[in-house]
Design a binder for this molecule. Sequence first.
Ligand code: EPU
Length: 337
Amino acid sequence: MKLQDLGPANLQAANTLALTCMAEHYYRLEQAENAAEAMAAILQQHPHTQPQLLAGGSNVVLPQRLELVIQPAMAGIRYLGEQKGCHHYRVLAATEWDALVRHTVDRGHGGLENLALIPGHCGAAPVQNIGAYGVELGEYIHAIEGVELPTCTPFRHTREEAGFAYRDSRYKQEAGRWLITALELALPTRWQPRIDYPGLQQALAGQEPSPGRILQAVIAERRRKLPDPAETPNAGSFFKNPVVDEYHMRLLLAKHPNLPHWPSEAGHKLSAAWLIEQAGWKGKALGPAGVSSQHALVLVNHGGATADDILRLAEAIRQAVQDRFGVPLEIEPRCLA
Ligand code: EPU
């Protein structure tokens, strides 16, 4: 097995916030089949260092230096056929998420279309249980495969074992323990359009919804609302939408009747973007780190920002929203240290 230490390596091009990060030791895993052996070999060479796992770099805040970085590099999509009313797909970790969405929709297999254009790799998608326009990845997961660390034992989890919640999973809760190498997805053969999100309903008004049409509407909506990381480095939503109970919801609405909110499993979900905009931070900057003028939930790197710059800005926003509304915001991307 050939394992090459590619470090020291600058990971600036490997994270969508374009933060400079020097990885002292940097390995890419090329094959899912021997990932456990490869991990064991790497950990044997670096017995005292906790490895950091990196996927597409679209939902992480990287520090200026990391000792040991491991990145799955295996890509590919395979249709496994129909089983119990679902189309099954196996996809390797480093496949671009959006490529999988388009591949399945092109084959006429709907389900993932609401999740079009989300940046990042398939292997990282379950970690934060990516979601958009009323759909979350978790509902389409059949199994998740990989290597448990530090024992380097292969695992295969069911959807139930993955612990999915809003922008959360056991892979996020137990960061560093699970290296994901492949996903198996199950897309129901009896497709149902999911177009409750108002923007989608408007875009499709008068048309018979199809996976392809929804895909196009989602792409148009995202291009209109969210800054493109290729042009303006960013990591998507930087905060989760906070959830409050009935009592606090009423208190908030008494003072702020226009506050956008919607029901969620645990209470009422509030729009973090609205809170941030009202707190005066939309389009503002603190040094080289800024808040997108397109969408208040997205923090951007205006050039040369470090993790400290981004986190200083995030803290200022969190404090301003806390002071004005009494609502705590939680950071969404993973901060590696
Ligand atoms: N809003 C503002 N100011 C803004 C932007 C939005 O007040 O600058 C208000 C809008 O008027 C709307 C509300 O905020 O009432 C919600 O906005 P939007 O529909 O854009 O969705 P979001 O709740 O801000 C979430 C996800 C996005 C996902 C969209 C669409 C989270 C943390 N974010 O954003 O996910 O694309 O819904 O479903 O749940 C991501 O995770 O990186 C991401 C972009």
